[in-house]
Design a protein around this ligand. Sequence first.
Ligand SMILES: [Zn+2]
Length: 447
Amino acid sequence: MTKPLLLRGGRLVTMDGARRVLDGDVLIENGRIKSVGRSDSRTARRSKPTTIDCSGLIILPGLIQAHIHLCQTLFRGLADDLSLEAWLAERIWPLEAAHTKGSIHASAMLGAAELLLGGTTAILDMESVRHTDAAFEALESIGIRATAGKCLMDSSASPDSLRESTDTALQESADLCARWHGSAGGRLRYCFAPRFAPSCTGPLLRAVSDLAERAAATIHTHAAETLLELDMVKRETGHDEIAYLDSVGISGPRAALAHCVWVDTDGIARLARQATNVVHCPSSNLKLGSGVAPIPEMLAAGCRVGIGADGAPCNNRLDVFAELRLAALIQKPRLGPDVLPAAQVLELATLGGARALGLESEIGSIEVGKCADLTVLDLGGPHAQPEDADLISRIVYSARAADVRHVVVDGKIVVRDGELKTADVAEISRDANAEARRLRAKALNRL
Ligand SMILES: [Zn+2]
């Protein structure tokens, strides 16, 4: 049993059913939220909690990014200003193929450190084809909540350096799932992660759907990111991509589809009907020139939507506040300034993210009984003043990763006063730089 923890005297943005914002405390026991609001001082005294003074600070549900590639963090700045196809074929695939156990670990540590220091407490993470155990070992030690999975690539359209046989890909996924799903007290979970429809065969996708159902695990893939991808799927299968994925069982509340930029009205209706999760990645979609996902239309149709930074080489930050702000801004020239107001956008990184991870009963809001994942912000800087302005507006439009003061995951303090407590950041950077240099020499020696 860990010592209780009391966050005392903050302004709480609960994201509960009534979207209450209130002044008060959060008492945490055994990794769960025990009370919210004015704490009964006798109860608090009796449990002798570790206390963090949060007066003047904002307490949010831990923020969730539902599309991340930690294996690509070391590729930051190595793949700028390219189309998705060239970005993949010329940089990302050769770099992923060059990964070793050590570089996957270093990449995950670097990304997770950035995420935690920036207030992201939970992620849905697509790894590479190999060495996924090393990523889980990093996630276990650094203390972030993560649902992660080995990337699956078995079609003839996949590069030789990453392609596996269908059986090998599935067997290794099942083994990883048996090892990691529900580990670290439930903080780590497994997801089945076909890269995207063109890199996977139909039999693999169907088998993934069955395996995920049996293991009660999430399925995470990319979908409808570019028009070229849409054409490829149409040529191969005769279907629109969303309909094709649905036909092989990659749909429904268990599935989280990153991007969905090129989805028409029928596709949106299908996503809503099946309760499939869409993960919006606005920075990535802009940087790769993919387009602007019709998120307001999806939300109006009743789709479930989360948000994510994608990988470091297509963003190049993993800052959830940057994604929230951009998600709101990019729709306004198209549909008017009143679409996607701040309160709706904040849901993408809280309740929407929780749904995408299949964890809506556990995370995404500050409510008694839920996991104690919390992000504490200091909005006292000039860029987020005056303090009487609308609080949600200050969080979505003004806040930035550097405003994060404390972070709690599963009841444990992982960031205190802006400092990572679970790992040495200098050591992470040293390892990351050494491994990145090695990867670059091995995969991109002409650059
Ligand atoms: Zn991605």
